[in-house]
Each structure stands twice: as C-alpha cells, then as structure tokens.
Design a protein around this ligand. Structure first.
Ligand code: URA
Length: 250
C-alpha cells in the first residue's frame, strides 16, 4: 500500500544521503503525500551533527489550511499547472457548515484566482441568497484547482492528482453537509458513473459527511427549467443546516 511505498522511498533517499549523494528532493507520491528530504546538514554547515536525514516531511493529509493553500499555489502535479494563470483554492468561510464543490475554474476564475466569479458564480450567489446565505456563510471550492483548457471536462489523472487537496479542505472545515454542483463534481466525489438524474434528491456520503447534489449553475443558465428543482435542492440544504445548527427556519 501507500505506506509501504512511502517507506521504500524514504529508505532509498536515506541510502542516497548516506552515500553522500543527497540533495533536496521534493517527492510527490500518488497517495497525496509530499515528502521533502534534505541533504545531511554537514554539507550545509560542516561539523554540525543533528538528525542527519529527514528534516521535514509533510503530508497533505496533515496540513493546515494555510499550508494547504500554499501547496496548491505552487502545485505541479499535473499538466494544468503549465497552462493556468492562477490556481483557485477556495472562497468563503473556512468555518462554514456547508461546502459547495464545483468542477474546475473557468476563464474568469483562472484570471482572478477565486472560484465562481463569472456568470455561473453570479447565479450561485443568487441561489445562495434565495435561501438566506451569503458567500461568507459557506465555503466554495472546486474538484480541480486549475483551469482545464477550453473548460473541457477534468481528466481522470487530473482528478487523481488534485483530489487530496479538496479532501483535506473538507476535512479541515468538517461541514454538516457538502453540496456537489453538477454531475462531474458528484461523480468524482462519490466515485460513481451514475447520472445526475439518478443521484439528485438522494442523500449521499463523502467520507463521513452527508452530500447532496444539485445542478451546476452553468447548466441552469442553459436550462432555466431546472431552476425550480434546483431551488428545491437548496431548500433541502437550508433545512439540513437549520436542523443541525438549531437555527429556526424562516
Ligand atoms: N464552474 C465551476 O465549476 N467552478 C468555478 O469555479 C467556476 C465555474
């Protein structure tokens, strides 16, 4: 498993360092671990003897929000890092009880480094307002932190490389409920190929957190007929929030 691979990688670098060929190795592992191994301190300050090998190991799964945001901003795990203008980490309140998850940054998001700021984002703001939420009451993130060229669907490999960031964001926020925006976000969070129609209106789980699914706001811009059912989804979200926080419903 991942721990075995991690152990092997560490052993390998220990050997390199012991044999005097150690340098700085940032290592990305598919499991989402980032291991930074540094050369023996003697090489940097001769005579200095301390823990000679591992000076820093950091896993995405143990980062705080600041470290995570920093890691995303310099991420090179997939090719989207070459075409992006900005990474798009997340927006809203990191103490929010509701997390919305979209698909990936679009053009406006890539330019500004903030999720859901384009036309779809304006509609999302209106949808939130319709059930009494502002952006500061929720947290908004995407499956991918970088824009796919021409807004194409995320590739499996891109999701694989990126999902540890979102997973850690959600773990740190620990919301009452996640709302997946659209089919692509829902399928990837739930690891299923089911259709949006089959998944909507159900209560699902992401790790141990309840997850509901509604239409992506960009889809609502194309199909205004779906606005009514989307409104029902948001009312359910509001109800779950009120029940959990003890706030009186309006
Ligand atoms: N669509 C998304 O899925 N995410 C954004 O941030 C913007 C548009």
């Amino acid at each position: 498993g991942a721990d075995g691979i991690r152990g092997d990688v560490i052993k390998y670098f220990h050997r390199r360092i012991d044999s005097g060929t150690g340098v700085i190795y940032p290592v990305d592992l598919a499991s989402g671990d980032e291991i930074l191994l540094r050369t023996s301190p003697e090489e940097e300050s001769p005579g200095h003897v301390e823990d000679p090998v591992v000076t820093k190991t950091k896993k995405i799964s143990s980062m705080d929000m600041e470290a995570l945001s920093e890691a995303v901003s310099c991420c090179r795990r997939c090719a989207l890092s070459e075409s992006r203008t900005n990474t798009v980490f997340g927006d809203g309140n990191p103490k929010a009880r509701i997390v919305f998850v979209g698909e990936a940054p679009g053009r406006d998001e890539d330019l500004q480094g903030v999720p859901f700021v384009g036309r779809a984002g304006k509609l999302l703001d209106k949808m939130l307002a319709a059930v009494g939420f502002s952006r500061e009451d929720v947290y908004i993130a995407n499956l991918l932190k970088c824009r796919p060229p021409n807004n194409r669907d995320p590739l499996e490999e891109e999701v694989m490389e990126c999902e540890a960031y979102l997973e850690r964001q959600i773990e740190l926020i620990d919301p009452i409920v996640i709302c997946a925006l659209g089919r692509v976000a829902a399928q990837n969070l739930l690891k299923t190929r089911a259709s949006l129609k089959a998944m909507r209106e159900g209560i699902h789980y992401y790790n141990d957190t309840r997850l509901i699914i509604t239409y992506h706001p960009a889809a609502l811009l194309r199909n205004p007929n779906w606005k009514r059912p989307a409104w029902e989804d948001l009312k359910l979200l509001r109800k779950m929030y009120d029940e959990e926080t003890g706030e009186a419903a309006d």
